[in-house]
Design a protein. Sequence first.
Length: 252
Amino acid sequence: MSDRWARVWFGSTALVASAAVTLQLIMSASHAHGHFTSAGGRVINQLCYFTIESNVLIAVTTALLAIRLTRTSPVFGVFRVAGVVGIAITALVYHTVLAGLAHLTGWWVVTDALLHTVVPAMAILGWLLFGPRRAASWRLTALSLVYPVGYLVITLIRGALVGWYPYPFVDVDQLGYPGVLLNALMMAVLFIVVAAAVTGVDGWLYRRGGLPDRGPAADALDLRGAVGAEVPGGTAPSGARRRAPDGGSPIT
């Protein structure tokens, strides 16, 4: 796939994700029913949904890729993996657990489809087709899992303070802390499995070839390979690469 098509796909993904999040926030501000009584409170609450945050991650990382495809920063690699894993979890959990809990009408149907189906499909397909390959490594993947852990901790603390939780499986008032922690353990397993799959598929696609190395993992391997090539018995860079492995608003 050409770089031009990669930029078009990443740019389109960023635009769709940004439009979906913006529309959801505008609608939430005017949705006067539910736990939060002010427009500002409802908007802030929307930003506490994992769905919104994962869409924001996708919007930011794909926009950056549309601007420049070659990004070797480990920080970007962590956010890229966190975005791909997070948006995959968003679609999976919504369509298997949450979809039947909301009865939507009007523009809520549009944002629901964009946030939970269209953006995840575009993000995952774009990652499969255009990479960047070797953006994932086991170390970067492990670091990306800090985000969902932090999300759970902040959600539980905030829920205890405001008396409201974004999802039924983290609702301490209904389930108690033992029930929520059990759900959290199951979600942790799901995150680990999806994150491992993303890293494994990324490596498999890299070994099959077809896309240049653009990720932080590849950059680190090139550096180690270059150092090895300068010493007696050192390995050329190519050899090194072969070895390296709102309360009350519709559900968001």
